[in-house]
Design a protein around this ligand. Structure first.
Ligand code: FE2
Length: 293
C-alpha cells in the first residue's frame, strides 16, 4: 500500500488457488476447497449480500491517545430477539483512520467518525465477525484486511459461498496499514487474530479470543442476556467460550499470548481493560490452554 513501504503480501483469490494447494491439513487448503466446486475459480464463488443495517450503538470514546472505542449491537438471525453487544476500535494515524472489528454506525455516528479523520482501512480479526466490512469498503473505498484462510461465511456456514473477499489477506509477516502494528494468529478454524500495537505499554485489540463482558449492557435483549449468561459469556477477563469450544485454538497459541508485551486490551465484546491487562488475563488464558491441551 502506498505510503507504508516495505514488502507486502497480498493474496488475491486467483493467486491463492495456485499458491496454496498441497497441504494435507484443512488449514492449508485454498478456500475453494472449503466452499466446494474444485473446477470453479474461487472469485466466482463470492456471493455479495445486502449490507446489514446500522443498529443501535453508543458514542465514539477516546480511551487512549488516537484510539477510540464504540459499542454497538449484533442481532442474530431468526425469529427470536437475540441481541447483544459488540465493539469497534478506531485507530488514527496521521489523518487516516483504521477500523478494527468494524461495526456499522448510523448517519450521526458516521459524521462523528468523519470528524476524526478519513477511513482508509478496515482490519478484520475474528473469523466470526466482519459483516459490516463490505459496508465500509463501499462507503469509504476502504481497503479491507483479513487473516489468510478466514472466509466471510454467511450464517457461519463454511460451505456457503462467502459474501465478501477482502483486498488483503494477512499473516504474521504482513506489513499492516499501521506503523506499530503486528498480529498474533491463532490456528483456529477459522483463523483468528489479535492486533498488537507497540504503544502505551502495548495495546491488544481482540476479536472473540479475549473478552471482557462484566455485565450486560443496553445493547442486549433480555433473551440475548439470558443466553449469553447461560453459556458463560458474561464474565470479566474471559477467553471467548464459544470461540474456544467451536474454533478450537491450539493450546500453544493461547499460551503464546502470555509472551506478548501488552498492558491494555480492547475487546470486540465488553469494555476496555486499561492497565495491567496481561496479568489480568493470565488466569483465563492458562485455564483455556489447559482445556485445549
Ligand atoms: Fe463475537
Amino acid at each position: 500500500m502506498a505510503g507504508h513501504g516495505g514488502k507486502q503480501r497480498s493474496f488475491r483469490p486467483i493467486d491463492r488457488v495456485g499458491s496454496r494447494v498441497g497441504g494435507n491439513h484443512p488449514r492449508h487448503w485454498p478456500i475453494r476447497h472449503l466452499v466446494g466446486g474444485a473446477d470453479d475459480c474461487y472469485a466466482t464463488r463470492v456471493k455479495p449480500r445486502p449490507h446489514p443495517p446500522a443498529r443501535p450503538h453508543g458514542v465514539l470514546t477516546e480511551v487512549l491517545p488516537d484510539l477510540w472505542f464504540v459499542t454497538g449491537t449484533v442481532a442474530m438471525p431468526g425469529p427470536l430477539p437475540v441481541r447483544f453487544s459488540r465493539a469497534m476500535t478506531v485507530v488514527r494515524e496521521g489523518g487516516r483512520l483504521v477500523l478494527i472489528n468494524s461495526v456499522r454506525l448510523d448517519a450521526q455516528g458516521l459524521e462523528a467518525l468523519d470528524r476524526l479523520g478519513k477511513v482508509t482501512d478496515v482490519i478484520r480479526l475474528a473469523g466470526n465477525h466482519g459483516a459490516d466490512d463490505p459496508f465500509y469498503k463501499e462507503h469509504y473505498g476502504a481497503r479491507v484486511w483479513a487473516p489468510v484462510d478466514a472466509p466471510y461465511m454467511p450464517g457461519f456456514s463454511p460451505k456457503a459461498p462467502p459474501y465478501f473477499e477482502p483486498d488483503e489477506r494477512y499473516d504474521a509477516s504482513t506489513r499492516l496499514p499501521l506503523r506499530d502494528a503486528s498480529v498474533h494468529l491463532f490456528r483456529s478454524t477459522p483463523p483468528e487474530a489479535l492486533l498488537l500495537l507497540a504503544r502505551d505499554g502495548g495495546v491488544v485489540i481482540a476479536g472473540d479470543a479475549l473478552q471482557n463482558w462484566e455485565r450486560r449492557d443496553e445493547f442486549f435483549s433480555w433473551l440475548g442476556a439470558l443466553m449469553m449468561r447461560m453459556f458463560g459469556f458474561i464474565k470479566p477477563l474471559n477467553v471467548g467460550p464459544g470461540w474456544l469450544s467451536q474454533c478450537k485454538p491450539p493450546a500453544e497459541d493461547l499460551r503464546a499470548v502470555l509472551q506478548l508485551p501488552f498492558a491494555h486490551v480492547l475487546p470486540a465484546h465488553g469494555t476496555p481493560v486499561l492497565g495491567d491487562a496481561l496479568a489480568k488475563f493470565r488466569p483465563a488464558l492458562e485455564a483455556a490452554a489447559a482445556r485445549r491441551s
